[in-house]
Design a protein around this ligand. Structure first.
Ligand code: OAD
Length: 239
């Protein structure tokens, strides 16, 4: 049997059980707020104070949350893959650091809240200390007076696209966890996996927009459903 190759994509739903707000739906970050006002390059140019405050508040919120059993189960699953010589790639749309705190090394295709980037010299660096919503941070390298959050805004190109598409192109199993399947290009990964003949699995509280009858859908809360889904996947693929 050919060695299995797994690609797992996570979205806001995997961190919901840790207390991080999702984007869509009741209580989501986009409820009562226009994403164009805080999550676009135009918004940053027009009203940087509003955008800075929005992301600083989310950076502060990270200090009070921790990984849940779904994040942890992915670490155990990656270990099993490594031991069996199977390939495993974790891609996340999330800008929180809960995967890292659990022990994973994901590709953050939408950037990271803990990093700030300079539009003067284009360097991004981790910053966990400057959390005041009212004070901008100056670039320590080139002196540019206002670092931006290192997150991918609407209208910008997500990170790691070549690496991600190459992995999907060679995967035998594609798993989407906690994502509504409406924001592209990430929402297209499931169909890409299906198209290349991979077995596809979807775990989420609600049916995502991009769900297809061929996908194996596991409804429920990630903290409960993901560990059992990954156990089953490991067993079925002989890990
Ligand atoms: P969404 O907020 O769009 O969707 C969250 C998904 O998680 C929904 O399908 C929910 O049903 C599901 N969900 C909620 N609670 C859950 C739980 N406890 N367990 C499992 N699933 C749960 O978040 P994303 O799909 O990640 O992009 O959003 C995609 C992108 O849209 C984000 O990365 C962000 C946003 O605008 C940018 O900012 C560029």
């Amino acid at each position: 049997m050919e060695r299995p190759a797994f690609v797992v994509l996570t979205g806001a739903g995997i961190s919901a059980d840790s207390g991080v707000a999702t984007f869509r739906g009741a209580g989501g970050l986009w409820e009562g707020r226009r994403l164009e006002d805080v999550a676009t390059p135009e918004a940053w140019r027009k009203d940087p104070r509003l955008v800075w405050r929005f992301y600083q508040e989310r950076r502060i919120a990270l200090t009070t949350v921790r990984p849940n059993p779904a994040h942890l189960a992915l670490v155990g699953f990656a270990d099993r893959c490594r031991a069996a010589g199977a390939s495993f790639l974790l891609v996340t749309q999330n800008v929180d650091d809960l995967h890292e705190r659990a022990g994973s090394t994901p590709l953050h295709m939408h950037g990271e809240l803990l990093k700030l980037r300079c539009e003067g010299c284009d360097r991004a660096a981790e910053n966990r200390v400057d959390l005041d919503p009212a004070i901008y941070v100056r670039c320590a390298i080139c002196g540019f007076d206002r670092l931006r959050p290192d997150v991918v805004w609407f209208g910008e190109m997500p990170y790691f696209m070549d690496e991600i598409m190459e992995a999907i192109d060679g995967c035998s199993h594609f798993v989407a966890i906690g994502t509504s399947g409406v924001v592209y290009p990430a929402a297209g990964f499931l169909a890409a996996g299906r198209g290349r003949g991979a077995k596809t699995y979807v775990q989420s509280l609600d049916e995502p927009e991009n769900l297809h009858p061929r996908d194996r859908f596991r409804p429920g809360r990630a903290a409960e459903a993901v560990p059992s889904l990954l156990d089953e996947l490991a067993r079925d693929s002989g890990l």
